[in-house]
Structure formats: structure tokens, C-alpha cells
Design a protein around this ligand. Structure first.
Ligand code: PLP
Length: 425
């Protein structure tokens, strides 16, 4: 059952309560391997479920448009100060509602409609908000897209430089949603400087690894850093924009009043709590364990004949090209989910298949590492993935159910915040 018990909700609205209970149970029984997901602490859950949701606070600390900010201002100040200390930046805005609005605020701050803006193409691992055509960022600006090398799967900096010189983008985004390798912030910075572009490092996926010292920091290279707070950083759903003192006013004005109204104070408190957790030695160990686990899993998958984009991983994320296994990403992902392993189908670079039915699987280790699994478990995880992919090819439902049972058995020894199998707190 949910912990703490949701007794008021159960009495007031059993339909919603039952669905939340079911989701808590599902999150306990599944090996959750979507690389952008995690389990937040009970402390973060409490902060985000608090009375702070009742309060309006348009504006910034000390400059609000509503009265009654005696406790909201210190909460936002805590979040800001903790983020500045953790990442070593001069200025932080903690108000963006999520990663996509945070990126949109950067466009509003530093570009005009129709300006050229540059980012990694979505099918290569970039994010929608880096100028993909269905996004407002691709419709209202003029997107310039870099790719990855067909053979290595890595960013080709000669291509990035040539495109930047030819198109003179106002913004250059680096980072993405399906990038299994270390981002070379220095190389992007050199190019951005040469063409006088604002370099934006979107570290949504890797912020926790950066905070924990398991991925190089973009600080000192990128002009602006955007991140979500709910992926490897393990906070509530939200976002932050980090920058220098010199760009602070433009960024703040773009978030409010440029794009948003009142900040979500319950989220701000949850971000403050998560940032405090991220300064603890245990979080540094967590970040490094995420990477150790991903590398061990990549090795075990490779031994089983899986074809990994770029040949492996440097971070929390693995991209499998299933072409050699004789099945597409979507049907495989559906069977894996039934077998207790939750991940997502994904395009691989130069995917010959359609985006809604692509060739790849994207998976990662942030959530299972939070539960306490280590590199010792990764050969078993690879074996389950292998069996489920074979079962998907053969449509063998018994094999799928067998794996789901084994997954549940293992996970019963690894509790999650927010749920108790026994019903006790
Ligand atoms: C997840 C993600 C975002 C968007 O975050 P949302 O909170 O889903 O809007 C932006 N950029 C990158 C690179 C991401 O991975």
C-alpha cells in the first residue's frame, strides 16, 4: 500500500486513490529502466504533497506581486543557494515548470522568431525542444540540425563547426535524450565562441551525474545550463536554468513574466530537498554506481549479441539497435514490459524504420540503482532482457510470465519510498 497511507483520498475519491495505489504497486514490482525516470525520496514526496501548493508567488524573492511570502521566499532562496553551491554557478532560476518550458525560456531570452538555432536532430538523440519540426522551437525559429557519425554514433565536431559557420545560429544546444556518451562541452564552447552563439548545455538527463561527479560539468563552458530536476537528479518534476550573473536578468525575465505566472512552490520545496540530498556523500556514490551499473549492463548485453549504439555507454543510458535480433523496438518494448522490465522504444541514428515503430530500445540504470541494485545484478538483468526479446520473437507468453515472476522475486528485497508491500510504514 501507499506510504504514508492515503486515507483521506481513499475516503473522498476511491477511484483516484485506487489508481494511485495500483501505480505504487506497479512501481514496486517493475524493473523500471526508462532512463529519464527515478524514485524520489519520501522527503521529496512529502514536500511536493504539502500545503505549499496553496500559495501564489508571482515574481522573485523579495519582489513578489502577492502578500504572504514570509515562508515562500526562504524556501525559494534555499533552493537557489543549494543549486548554486552544488553546481558552482552564479545564478539559478528554479521556477520553470519543467524541462521544455525551461528551454523555451532560453529561446525567449536570447533569440528572435525566425532566428537560426542549432541542436542535435531528434532521431540522433536530440530533444524536441532543440528545434525539432513539431515543436514550437522548430516552427518559430529556423532550426539547424547536427547529426552523429554513421559509423561511430558520436557527434562529428567538423560537421558542427561547418554548419555553425555557414548558418550563424543564435543558440547552440548540446545534450539530448538518447546520448549514451560523455558530452564534450569544451568542443561545443569553442565553436559557439567562434560564431558568437549562446551555448546552451541541456543536462536534463545527466544533471545527477554532473552533481555527483560522474560526468564532466558544463560550468565554465556553456553560457546557459538547463536541466530538469526529476531525472538522475532525483527531485520532483521541475526544472532549473543556471547561468552567469551577466545573463541573470534576461533569463529571469523570460521565465517570469515572459512565459509563466506563479511558480509551483511545492515543487520548489521538493527541489530544495533533492538538492540537499544531492550534496550528501551517498549521492556521489549513487551517481558513480549508476554509471558502473550501466557499463556492466552494456558489457553483459554485448556478450549476449546485442548491438549497442556507439558500442556501449559512458553514462546512465544504453541504446540498443535490435535489427540483428529480428524484431523492432515497439513490439519488443511491449513484451519486455509484460515481463517486468519497463523501458521505451526509440529511434537509433539513421533508423530505416518510422519514428512510431523504430528499431531501437532505450534503457538506463538511474531508478534501479536508487533501489540498491549493483553491477553484480546486471548480468541477470541482461539475461532477462535477452529471454524476453527471444520470447517476443517467438510469441512465447509462458516465458514472459516466468521472467516477470523472477523480476518480482528479486525486487521484493529492494523497497521503494512511497510503497510498502506488507502495508506497514
Ligand atoms: C526530458 C528532457 C527535456 C524536457 O523535460 P520535460 O520536463 O519532459 O519537459 C528537455 N531536454 C532534454 C535533453 C530532456 O531529456
Amino acid at each position: 500500500m501507499h506510504v504514508p497511507p492515503i486515507t483521506h483520498l481513499t475516503a473522498a475519491d476511491p477511484q483516484v486513490a485506487n489508481l494511485i495505489e495500483a501505480e505504487a504497486h506497479r512501481q514496486h514490482d517493475k524493473l523500471r529502466m526508462i532512463p529519464s525516470e527515478n524514485y524520489v525520496s519520501a522527503a521529496v514526496l512529502e514536500a511536493t504533497g504539502s500545503v505549499l501548493t496553496n500559495k501564489y508567488s508571482e515574481g522573485y524573492v523579495g519582489r513578489r506581486y502577492y502578500e504572504g511570502q514570509q515562508f515562500i521566499d526562504p524556501i525559494e532562496t534555499l533552493a537557489i543557494d543549494r543549486a548554486r553551491a552544488l553546481f558552482g554557478v552564479e545564478h539559478v532560476n528554479v521556477q520553470p515548470y519543467s524541462g521544455s518550458p525551461a528551454n523555451l525560456a532560453v529561446y525567449l531570452a536570447f533569440a528572435q522568431p525566425g532566428d537560426p538555432v542549432m541542436g542535435m536532430a531528434l532521431p540522433m538523440g536530440g530533444h524536441l525542444t532543440h528545434g525539432w519540426s513539431v515543436s514550437a522551437t522548430g516552427r518559430w525559429f529556423r532550426p539547424v540540425r547536427y547529426t552523429v557519425d554513421r559509423r561511430t554514433g558520436l557527434v562529428d565536431f567538423d560537421e558542427v563547426r561547418d554548419l555553425a559557420r555557414a548558418e550563424r545560429p543564435k543558440l547552440i544546444f548540446c545534450g539530448g535524450t538518447a546520448v549514451p556518451r560523455t558530452i564534450n562541452f569544451a568542443a561545443f564552447a569553442q565553436i559557439a565562441q567562434e560564431v558568437d552563439a549562446v551555448l546552451v548545455a541541456d543536462i536534463a538527463h545527466i544533471a545527477g551525474l554532473v552533481a555527483g561527479g560522474a560526468h564532466p560539468s558544463p560550468v565554465g563552458h556553456a553560457d546557459v545550463i538547463t536541466t530538469t530536476t526529476h531525472k538522475t537528479l532525483r527531485g520532483p518534476r521541475g526544472a532549473m536554468i543556471m547561468t552567469s550573473a551577466g545573463r541573470a536578468t534576461e533569463v529571469d525575465k523570460a521565465v517570469f513574466p515572459g512565459l509563466q505566472g506563479g511558480p509551483h512552490n511545492h515543487t520548489t520545496a521538493g527541489i530544495a530537498v533533492a538538492l540537499n540530498e544531492a550534496t550528501q556523500p551517498a549521492f556521489r556514490r549513487y551517481a558513480h554506481q549508476v554509471v558502473t551499473n550501466a557499463k556492466a549492463l552494456a558489457d553483459a548485453l554485448t556478450e549476449r549479441g546485442f548491438d549497442l549504439v556507439t558500442g556501449g555507454t559512458d553514462n546512465h543510458l544504453i541504446l540498443i539497435d535490435l535489427t540483428t535480433k529480428g524484431i523492432a523496438g515497439k513490439p519488443a518494448a511491449k513484451v519486455l514490459d509484460l515481463g517486468g522490465i519497463e523501458l521505451n522504444y526509440n529511434t537509433v541514428p539513421y533508423d530505416p524504420r518510422k519514428p512510431f515503430d523504430p528499431s531501437g530500445l532505450r534503457l538506463g540504470t538511474p531508478a534501479l540503482t536508487t533501489r540498491g541494485l549493483t553491477e553484480e545484478h546486471m548480468p541477470q538483468v541482461a539475461e532477462w532482457i535477452d529471454r524476453l526479446v527471444v520470447a517476443a520473437v517467438k510469441d512465447d507468453q509462458e516465458a514472459v510470465a516466468a521472467v516477470a515472476g523472477e523480476v518480482r522475486d528479486l525486487l521484493s528485497a529492494y523497497p521503494i519510498p512511497g510503497y510498502s508491500a506488507s502495508g506497514a510504514g
